[in-house]
Structure formats: structure tokens, C-alpha cells
Write a protein that binds this ligand. Structure first.
Ligand code: FAD
Length: 458
């Protein structure tokens, strides 16, 4: 090692992955057996050696796409053992009522897992895989797309590592992405207007088999069960603007008062809430959109580095795991590396845009207490109930299938158009019409474009 930035021979790997987060580890596991030695470079210290995991208890939800990757990698059974299956979410409404919504109509669960434990398990699996090497305390400063090579800084200085391919899995504030931007890619990195604090919820007061959330319209508290029976909570509130917001909390001074006013029920459930609000960091949420993800046959982005999204659909990680699977599938199927990476980019960008949009939209569904439904919403609900195979709810398709997110979004937009068209043709009385009439009015097969043929119902 030398500190003057010259080359250092490092048993040059076939692939360098920048970032050993969840997506970096899964990508290494997919790649090494088929595409040769992989070195993961991680700027942080090994999280498995940190006592107490920095006090973080963030829970992430695993859905079908995540499970597909874990099954491919032979890890599904081990991961399932540290998960809690959740069949429904319970909204605790401001008027004291509760409203239970199953995640899937057939009782399918989604699976809650502590992000920290999942991460440790993936790092263990990656390290145990022949050809994978993880190096902690290695910050990638820049990426040379042409050679290709990375400039790495560690406690000894900087060195250059050459390889055949570089994969950027270094999260929303990706240094790897900058290399692509320098070649004309356009990236949007937005801090969302919402921030959050992780709050521990003690066991014993809430059902530990379902998700809980408290919508107030102005802020939301969500709590996900942990295997211990405790729950991992998150307070989501606006970053700026008038109260309630983090900005209006005067450096946290007014947070307990705000919290009590918003969530009176929770102050009894979390006795040390004031201490937690004072001690826990406020984290921001970042959204990333990037119009290019690859460079020739040398470089690709995966995970949050190219599609960080709001967390409310629970798909950032699942989508990142799917990136890794699709990337190796595309490389396997293509005649050469450049064609494989191009196919990967083509197949993923539209899907990432779609799930990012849906994720942000879902916050408003969850955060607002239910109000009287519009005619459009009632009609959508009735069509979904009447034609369960044709109109599968959007959340269910995202969570329990591996269908393209973009096609799910398109179908949802078509359903919107169908509803608008039915109301325009038949008036709002169709909303309360008997099932037979509604069935007869609904075109079949569902051609839900604006040019619907009227099936001639009476
Ligand atoms: C509140 C919240 C709830 C969420 N819930 C869910 C959920 O339920 N389901 C779901 O699927 N997703 C969820 N997500 C999203 C999920 O956590 C992310 O999508 C996922 O962690 C992204 O993984 P990643 O590996 O791409 O990025 P990261 O987790 O950000 O990992 C990037 C890694 O790269 C390292 N790194 C960064 N820069 C460099 C550098 N220059 N050199 C070397 N290393 C570097 C970092 O230290 C880090 O280890 C949630 C997110 C939040 C904030």
C-alpha cells in the first residue's frame, strides 16, 4: 500500500462491488459462482463487530421478489427463522376505532425482518462463498469506467484497484453513480419532505402478529413486530413547515408535546417516549432516479444507488434483490457483457420508476385516516370484488408476485380509466347497482382503454 495514489496489485478480482449493504451482498452471492472472483469494498467497519448494532432496530418487509433471490441463493430457510410473518395491518384511527386490512386476499403474509440481522446473515453467506472477498474500511473515491478501476481510500492512504467490471451498490449517495453522471447520465437525488425516527415499542400492549399504524394526516407512526414480541416503531413527520414537523419542534424540544397531541394512545404504550424522541436520530429519506444504469460492458448500478425510494410500499430492498437476479439472468442470456448490461438496464429502469412512484403515493394512503370514499373508489372496490381474477389489488400484485412493477402500474391506470368511463356512461347510480348489472356493464375481456366498447348493459 502506498499513500500516493499509484497502483497496488491486489490479486485483481473479476468484479468489484462498491458497497457491502444488502444489495451488494446479494449481488456478490449471485455473481461469484458464475462470473468469477468478486471483491466487495465497504467504506464502513464490519457491522457484525459493532456492539448493539448502533441501537438501530429498523425492520424491513420481505415480499415475493426478495424471497425469490433468497431461495435462489439457498438462504430462504435460514432467513425465515428470523422473520415474523404478518398477515394484516391494523390502522388505529384518531377516533379510537381500528381498521384491519389483510395484506393479501388469500391470507398470504409478508415477512418482517430486522435489517441488521438480515445484513449480518448475508455478509456471513457472502464470506462463506468461494470467490467472494469483503474488505471493510475501504471507501471508493472514484470509478474509472474505461480501464475499469476504482480509486480506494483506506487508513493507509489511497490505491487503485483494476478489474473487469464494477457494480455500484453504494446506496442513495453513490460515489459510483458520479462516474456515469460524468458521461452524461442524468440523476435526480431528492430529500423527501418526510423524515423519521426509529422508536422502540415494548412488548405486551400491541398484537405482535400484525403491523400497526396510526394515521393522523399530519404524521404517521408505524410499528412492526420483532421476533422478541417487541415492536420496531417509526415516527414519520414532515421535515419542514408548520407544526407538526421536525423543523417546528425547536431542535426536538417540543417533540414530546407534539407526539402526545398526535398519538395520545401511544404515550401510554411507550412509557419512555420523551427520552427516545430526545435521543434518537432524525433520519431523512432520499429518492433517487437515474436515466442510465450501465456503461458498456464495464459498469452497472443496482439497488438504492439508482432507485432509492420512499419506504411505504416496502420494496426498496426487494427491488434491489430483483436487480441482482435480473442482472445475472441478462448476462447469462446475452452474447457478450455489453449486451447483457444493456438488457439489464432496459428491463429495470421502467420498473424502478413505477415502484418509486407507487411507494411515494402509498404514504398518503397510509398516513391519512380513511374518509368517505369517492364514487370512483367504491366502484373500483366493487369491480375488484366482482372480478377477483381480473382486478388483483395493486399492493397484492407488488408484494406477492414477481410481475413487472411497470405493468402493474399500467393496469392500475387502466382500471382508473375503466372506472371513469363506466361512470361517464352510466352515471353514479352504477356505484350502487346490483352485481348483475355491474357485471353486464363491464367489458369483457377487460379492454380498459378510453375507447371501450359498450357491452350494452341495461
Ligand atoms: C424507514 C425505512 C424502511 C424501509 N423498509 C423497507 C421494506 O420494508 N422493504 C424493502 O424492501 N425495503 C425497505 N427499505 C429500503 C431498504 O432499506 C433499501 O432499499 C436497501 O437497504 C438498499 O440497499 P442497498 O444495498 O442498495 O443500499 P444501502 O443499504 O444504502 O447500502 C449501501 C452500502 O454502500 C456503502 N457505501 C456507500 N458509499 C460507499 C463508498 N464510496 N465506498 C464504499 N462503500 C460505500 C454503505 O456504507 C452501505 O453499506 C426501507 C428503508 C427505510 C429508510
Amino acid at each position: 500500500m502506498n499513500g500516493n495514489g499509484t497502483d497496488r496489485t491486489d490479486g485483481n478480482p473479476e468484479t468489484v462491488i462498491v458497497g457491502a449493504g444488502l444489495v451488494g451482498a446479494v449481488t456478490a452471492l449471485y455473481l461469484a459462482p458464475r462470473y468469477g472472483p468478486v471483491t466487495l469494498l465497504e467504506k464502513r467497519a464490519d457491522p457484525r463487530r459493532e456492539p448493539g448494532g448502533q441501537g438501530r432496530s429498523l425492520v424491513v418487509m420481505l415480499s415475493a421478489r426478495g424471497w425469490r433471490a433468497l431461495s435462489d441463493l439457498g438462504l430462504a430457510d435460514d432467513v425465515r427463522r428470523i422473520c415474523v410473518p404478518l398477515h394484516a395491518r391494523c390502522g388505529h384511527l384518531p377516533d379510537g376505532r381500528t381498521r384491519m386490512t389483510p395484506y393479501g386476499r388469500d391470507g398470504q403474509p409478508i415477512w418482517a425482518v430486522e435489517r441488521r440481522r438480515l445484513h449480518h446473515m448475508l455478509l456471513d453467506a457472502a464470506e462463506a462463498t468461494p470467490g467472494v472477498r469483503i474488505r471493510f474500511g475501504q471507501r471508493v473515491r472514484s470509478v474509472d469506467l474505461d480501464e475499469p478501476a476504482v480509486l480506494v481510500e483506506d487508513r493507509h492512504g489511497t490505491h487503485r484497484l483494476t478489474c473487469r467490471r464494477i457494480l455500484g451498490c453504494d446506496g442513495a449517495h453513490s460515489a459510483a453513480r458520479a462516474a456515469l453522471e460524468a458521461r452524461g447520465a442524468r440523476a435526480e437525488v431528492r430529500t423527501l419532505d418526510l423524515a423519521y425516527q426509529e422508536i422502540d415499542v415494548p412488548a405486551g400492549r400491541l398484537d405482535p402478529t400484525i403491523t400497526h399504524f396510526w394515521p393522523t394526516g399530519k404524521a404517521m407512526f408505524a410499528a412492526h413486530p420483532l421476533p422478541s414480541g417487541k415492536l420496531s416503531g417509526s415516527l414519520f413527520m414532515r421535515l419542514d413547515g408548520p407544526a407538526p414537523s421536525y423543523a417546528a419542534a425547536r431542535g426536538g424540544q417540543d417533540l414530546p408535546e407534539m407526539f402526545t397531541a398526535l398519538f395520545p394512545e401511544l404515550t401510554g404504550i411507550i412509557p419512555d417516549i420523551a427520552e427516545q424522541l430526545a435521543a434518537k436520530a432524525v433520519s431523512t429519506l432520499t429518492a433517487v432516479r437515474c436515466d442510465r444504469w450501465v456503461w458498456r460492458d464495464t459498469f452497472a448500478l443496482l439497488g438504492d444507488s439508482c432507485h432509492a425510494m420512499a419506504p411505504f410500499m416496502g420494496h426498496g430492498m426487494n427491488c434491489g434483490f430483483e436487480d441482482a437476479r435480473v442482472l445475472v439472468d441478462c448476462l447469462d442470456a446475452a452474447a457478450d457483457g455489453a449486451a447483457g448490461l444493456a438488457a439489464y438496464e432496459k428491463s429495470r429502469t421502467e420498473d424502478a420508476d413505477a415502484i418509486s412512484l407507487l411507494s411515494y403515493r402509498h404514504y398518503f394512503t397510509m398516513a391519512n385516516p380513511p374518509r368517505e370514499q369517492t364514487a370512483e373508489e367504491v366502484l373500483r372496490g366493487r369491480l375488484t370484488a366482482l372480478f377477483p381474477d381480473r382486478f388483483v389489488p395493486l399492493y397484492e400484485r407488488c408484494a406477492f408476485t414477481e410481475e413487472s412493477y411497470a405493468s402493474i402500474l399500467r393496469d392500475d391506470q387502466r382500471l382508473d380509466r375503466l372506472v371513469a368511463d363506466l361512470l361517464a356512461r352510466h352515471g353514479t347510480e352504477l356505484v350502487s347497482a346490483p352485481d348483475d348489472r355491474l357485471r353486464a356493464c363491464t367489458p369483457s375481456p377487460i379492454s380498459t382503454t378510453a375507447t371501450l366498447e359498450d357491452p350494452g348493459c341495461s
